[in-house]
Design a protein around this ligand. Structure first.
Ligand code: HDD
Length: 709
């Protein structure tokens, strides 16, 4: 395809992959802007199928209309199979850089050791259970799949936002997925694990206990893709230049910290804005807050493999950081949105088997099966030659004797398509010259369908996780399991699972069983070892310096608000890179205090109270002014404030607005000033109130004021 692009569609970094994709990107605004058929013939009429008519009466369609036939045929075949899991997702382009060559003691992989490189990446985030059209904020695991376009070929880390998995052996994956997906008889439920079959399966497949705790914790309902950790989950290997091998786990840590929604919020957003997460990702990129993650490794030398009480190849276990510390080696930034969803986000194909020299596999029994499955699934989803699709092709040369197959894109010149050949065309490359080297592990034993001895223990780390949660996190976990089990109507299912919970945490089991009508225990079924690991709580990842970057702030106004103050507060928020939205009684002009409607000097609101509820914002601010009288009579506004408070959001109010919070919304437990004119700043339960805001010392705002602004 001819490239019509010269200067567009390059990300800010203009990576090698940006340049590569430009070759196949067409921008109608830059090209000759007219309609053609698929073969480039100009189309004169795309509204009327060719027919026979005498001028008054119109006869049937003519099959000879090649334009109409082409258009309908192309439409009929627009859909491809959605991913069997992780069907719902969003993606972004960016780049990866390592800080220095500190990882060279573990690996020869240049992508992990050469700090002069900028490696392009494409990342796809996803939910697992729901289909392509399901909501973003459902309780589920989130996929976190990263494709690195390295100079040595593509490397994929196909990970999740949770460091472990439900099952130990990949052969159980179809059972797990059948159990969690909508049930076979009625295709219910969508985007939820709250149903009999899921809880029945996990109640019988005990190795899932640890993972169930993670998914039911706040990790299952992230605030944003940008505020999730990412984990490679499986154990991979690294090999250095001296041929020494290390076991490794990969981690991503978000710059903004790890944050979640609360369940009530997640449920409401699923209806109010099902695209909440994908919009959030693109909004941050658009507003100059490209998401960033630190890349870390946990490394275990080969000789230490058997030193741990758990098997380091068991994907249902973490490697506690107290035993195996994290080593920070680089960072990833996502700074470019896809141009078109289907060819990029839908056609991207990740495979755990995509590794580059210096990185390899372990005998992790989940990884071994994954290496087959991803490669295989792309055939039914995309067909042969999916590797040649623009989003999937590497940025380094591809030269081999693989040929033909449906939809071959590349044309390879020459007379030779085999090896060895007399012309030495495309010979294999020696390991010393960069050829991929499989680590020569020693393997001996008897063929058996078995699992390792240490794979039999399932509760220790589930306990470790629950013990490590902060009290509110544990409360959320109890509520989540109670919600889910309440949706199971088969007593065998919820009674069995409450018994399992008692092997993990007595309190959890008691409270959930009481809520859902399960078996209320008298004593723990397994003694609690009492151990904790701080990094398992989300609180551990709070940024050292609190930040409001890219957080959404709703500014509630009605006619008669204090303009100068609102502009000053807004300017302060904008300069801290928060995103402010003025929410009023209507989308249109709203008039500041002292400015009559007739003056025509209103300020434009971004949304109205009904259109964008409090759930879609991280904080609410109400300026002072006589508008508070109007706001106080509006049920939607009162609910706005109370709902934001109930979802633990920051709320700010100045002057008269303090009265709204105190006397109308009656925010429970919050401390307010007796005199609303007092300049004391009082912060209580995230509610910040004061009598007035020092407008003079504040920066001026960009908010436009004036007729029709
Ligand atoms: Fe998987 C997709 C993550 C176990 C088989 N998986 C898929 C995606 C992610 C993961 C993020 C979406 C990739 C994308 O955005 O295109 N899967 C995981 C993790 C696992 C895991 C972290 C545990 C460590 N998966 C797993 C097993 C199997 C699969 C054990 C099969 C034996 N996964 C698939 C799949 C999918 C997939 C069916 C569906 C679409 C695709 O691969 O490309 O092959």
């Amino acid at each position: 395809m001819t490239s019509i692009l010269k200067d567009v569609f390059a990300g800010p970094t203009n990576t090698a992959k940006d340049k590569d994709l430009q070759r196949d990107t067409v921008d109608p605004s830059k090209s000759v802007n007219h309609l053609t058929n698929d073969l480039g013939v100009k189309v004169a009429d795309t509204d009327n199928w060719l027919k026979v008519s005498d001028g008054t009466n119109v006869g049937p369609h003519l099959l000879e209309d090649q334009f109409a036939r082409e258009k309908i045929m192309r439409f009929d075949h627009e859909r491809i199979p959605e991913r069997v899991v992780h069907a719902r997702g969003a993606g972004a382009h960016g780049y990866f850089k390592v800080y220095d060559n500190r990882a060279s003691k573990y690996t020869s992989a240049s992508v992990l050791t050469d700090s002069s490189r900028t490696t392009p990446v494409f990342v796809r985030f996803s939910t697992v259970q729901g289909s392509r059209g399901s909501a973003d904020t459902v309780r589920d695991v989130r996929g976190f799949a990263v494709k690195f376009y390295t100079d040595e070929g593509n490397w994929d880390i196909v990970g999740n936002d949770i460091p472990i998995f439900f099952i130990q052996d990949s052969v159980k994956f179809p059972d797990l997925v059948h159990a969690v997906k909508p049930e076979p008889h009625n295709e219910v439920p969508q985007g939820q694990s709250a149903h009999n079959n899921f809880w029945d399966f996990v109640g019988l497949q005990l190795e899932s206990a640890h993972m169930v705790m993670w998914v039911m914790s706040d990790r299952g309902i992230p605030r944003s893709y940008r505020m999730m950790q990412g984990f490679g989950v499986n154990t991979y290997t690294l090999t250095n230049k001296s041929g020494e091998m290390y076991f490794v786990k990969f981690h991503w840590i978000p710059e903004l910290g790890v944050h979640s929604l609360v369940w009530d919020e997640a449920l409401k957003i699923a209806g109010q804005d099902p695209d909440f997460h994908r919009k959030d990702l693109y909004e941050a990129i658009d507003n100059g807050a490209p998401p960033k993650w630190k890349f870390c490794v946990q490394v275990i030398p080969q000789a230490r493999e058997h030193e741990f009480e758990f098997d380091i190849l068991d994907a249902t276990k973490v490697w506690p950081e107290e035993l195996v510390p994290l080593e920070e080696i680089g960072e990833m930034v996502l700074d470019r949105k896809p141009e078109e969803f289907f060819p990029e986000v839908e056609q991207v194909a990740f495979c755990t088997s995509h590794v580059v020299p210096g990185i390899g596999f372990s005998d992790d029994p989940l990884l071994q099966g994954r290496n087959f499955s991803y490669f295989d699934t792309q055939l039914s989803r995309l067909g042969t030659n999916w590797q040649e699709l623009p989003i999937n092709r590497p940025v380094c040369p591809v030269l081999n004797h693989q040929r033909d197959g449906a939809m071959r894109h590349r044309i390879t010149a020459g007379t030779i398509n085999y090896w060895p050949n007399r012309k030495e065309t495309f010979p294999p490359v020696a390991v010393s010259e960069g050829g991929y080297d499989t680590y020569p592990s020693k393997v001996a034993g008897i063929k058996q369908r078995v699992r390792g001895a240490k794979f039999q223990e399932h509760y220790n780390q589930a306990q470790l996780f629950v013990n490590s949660l902060a009290p509110h996190e544990k409360q959320h976990l109890i509520q989540a399991v109670s919600f889910e089990l309440d949706h199971c109507d088969d007593p065998i299912v919820y009674e069995s699972y409450t018994k399992i919970l008692n092997h993990i945490d007595f309190e959890l089991a008691k409270q959930v069983a009481t809520n859902v009508g399960g078996v209320i225990p008298n004593a723990p079924a397994k003694a609690n070892h009492g151990k904790k690991s701080e990094p398992l709580s989300q609180l551990y990842y709070a940024p050292k310096k609190p930040t409001i970057v890219s957080r959404r702030v709703a500014i509630l106004v009605a006619d008669g608000f204090n303009l100068a103050e609102m502009q000053a507060v807004r300017a302060a928020l904008v300069s801290a890179k928060a995103l402010c939205f003025v929410i009023g009684p209507r989308r249109g002009e709203v008039y500041p205090e002292g400015v009559p409607r007739s003056a025509g000097k209103g300020c434009m609101t971004d949304h109205h109270y009904e259109g964008q509820r409090s759930t879609l914002f991280d904080a609410v601010y109400i300026p002072s002014g006589e508008h508070v009288t109007t706001l106080s009579k509006n049920g939607r506004v009162i609910h706005y404030v109370r709902e934001a408070f109930g979802h633990c959001k920051a709320i700010g109010a100045v002057g008269e607005a303090v009265k709204l919070l105190r006397d109308v919304a009656h925010l429970p437990g919050v401390q307010f000033q007796d005199d609303i004119r007092s300049d004391d700043i009082i912060t209580s339960y995230g509610v910040v109130t004061t009598g007035s805001y020092d407008v003079k010392s504040a920066a001026t705002d960009t908010l436009k004021i004036g007729p029709g602004s």
